[in-house]
Design a protein around this ligand. Structure first.
Ligand code: ADP
Length: 469
């Protein structure tokens, strides 16, 4: 690809200090180069953001809204280019990439329309006490490689509308769509309001510990999230951590296998299973177990796996070689400890393709059951007693999401109340409206994104307390 990608620093599109190859996971070969920023460029970006902050924070909501709306218009103009670029760098089928770009535009517009305003606590002849929400300052938005744009926009848009300025740092294997977003913003947003820094996984710590950063909004693994948490201590930064999950799909004995199997398959295999909120283990009543395993196996065999740009592809490659190697490891263990119903191996072709895999009869302590696999490999476990199944679902250090599948939504709600996680869906999955907060319990995260709570995370309360008369 001839296109040059550049960092956006202080309103200018600039080269990095070095270049790094970006690999197309469908081929395993480099298809573009990305600029690589260094610590000096990071400092320059933080300084620029610091200069931009007072002006941006001083605008009214309506003025900021107009900028963000124009930004959304600019992204819309580059819609197809962004979607194709996302498929090339990330691997997901084009229809899913288009969905993500569409969600990015919708997210910008949704948050642009919000206004958290002020609130009168008391107003009497003797006193007036009001609460205002002030922006925090410079926000570092650090994103992973599974959803490079939508996971950025749920940080960027609420941070901007509430008056913060943002430095985005994408994952090193998927920097290009974020850089293109910066290119769009360069002509629209004032210098320093939104900036992009691409790194080779080496600037995260400098960014999160930087005294010029007020808030770190991080989405990534629990292990890296813990490093982020400790690096915010010195300056008492605010932070939001969206981390890993090992979400269970719990099938109740009144569910219809023919109905739930395709829904669970979709919940597990979307984006090749690389979703923090994907269904990562399935629990089914023993009487239904064989039927469900067979139905999921048939879906796995029928799924079209291929390059994302190919119209027919339903499941793309996994995103990078490290994840591919990790999944091959899980598969070897699954073959040893359980029974493969479908798939079970990488495809014999170039690129990081794993056949969609259904595994049954694994012990509860198998790594594929206990750990977050983050790939198109799904373990299915039987249960005899619902109480035990709920205990097994909750016996995880994670608590991000989960699903209950049932013929009776009221019963589903009662069971959902017993699941220890931030979101539990009943008879649906991955429904994440912008006005609904989401986030993790236990080691799946701290804080919330989206909804009113997500907006408030980018602000602090300021009380004005007046004695009258
Ligand atoms: P993975 O292990 O799957 O690559 P990570 O959670 O490490 O996922 O990565 C998520 C994001 O965090 C990426 O943008 C990555 O570059 C960034 N990152 C990596 N190390 C750190 C760190 N020490 N501090 C902050 N961000 C980091």
């Amino acid at each position: 690809m001839d296109q040059a990608f550049r960092l956006l620093i202080d309103g200018a599109l600039v080269d990095g200090v070095a270049e790094m190859p970006v690999i197309n996971p469908a081929t395993g070969r480099a298809f573009a180069t990305a600029p690589r920023a260094d610590a000096g460029q990071l400092d320059a970006a933080v300084a620029s953001a610091g200069r931009a902050f007072p002006g941006w924070a001083g605008l009214s909501y309506a003025e900021r809204r107009a900028f963000i709306e124009r930004f959304a218009d600019g992204v819309e103009v580059r819609f197809e280019e962004l979607a194709r670029l996302m498929t090339m760098e990330q691997g997901k089928p084009l229809v899913q990439a288009r969905g993500e770009v569409g969600g990015t535009i919708a997210g910008l517009r949704y948050f642009a329309a919000q206004d958290i305003g002020s609130h009168v606590i008391r107003d009497t002849p003797a006193e007036r006490i009001t609460e205002h929400r002030s922006p925090l300052g410079v926000v570092a938005a650090i994103t992973p490689w599974n959803f490079p744009l939508i996971l950025l926009v749920v940080k960027l848009a609420p941070a901007l509308i509430t008056g913060n300025v943002v430095i985005a740092k994408p994952a090193p294997t998927t920097p290009l769509t974020t850089l293109l977003l910066g290119e769009v913003a360069a002509d629209i947003l004032p210098p320093g309001v939104f900036q992009t820094l691409a790194d080779a996984n080496d600037l995260g710590a400098a960014l999160t510990s930087h005294p010029g950063i007020a808030h770190v909004s991080f989405t990534g693994s629990t292990a890296t999230g813990k490093k982020v948490l400790s690096s915010t201590v010195d300056t008492l930064k605010r932070f939001t951590l969206e981390l890993g999950g090992n979400d269970a799909a719990l099938v109740l004995d009144d569910a219809d296998v023919a109905k739930v199997a395709p829904a669970i398959f979709g919940a597990a295999m979307v984006n090749a299973g690389q979703v923090c909120l994907a269904a990562k283990r399935v629990y089914a009543p023993r009487a239904m177990y064989d039927d469900l395993c067979d139905a999921l196996g048939a879906l796995a065999r029928a799924a079209v796996v291929g390059e994302g740009l190919d119209q027919d592809s339903q499941i793309g490659p996994v995103q990078n070689s490290a994840q591919y190697a990790k999944l091959i490891d899980y598969l070897a263990e699954a073959r040893e400890q359980g029974k493969i119903v479908a798939g079970g191996a990488p495809l014999e072709r170039e690129g990081y393709f794993i056949a969609p895999t259904i595994v049954r009869d694994l012990p509860d302590d198998a790594r594929l059951v206990r750990e977050e696999q983050f790939g198109p490999v799904l373990p299915v476990l039987p249960y005899d007693d619902l109480g035990q199944a709920i205990a097994a679902v909750n016996a995880s250090e994670y608590g991000l999401g989960g699903t209950i599948w049932t013929g009776n939504p009221e019963r589903g709600e009662l069971v959902a109340m017993l699941i220890d996680s931030g979101t539990v869906w009943v008879n649906r999955h991955l429904d994440l409206p912008f006005d609904v907060a989401f986030g993790g319990a236990k080691q799946s995260g701290l804080g919330r994104q989206q909804g009113i709570e997500g907006l408030l995370e980018f602000t602090q309360a300021k009380i004005i307390n007046i004695a009258k008369g």
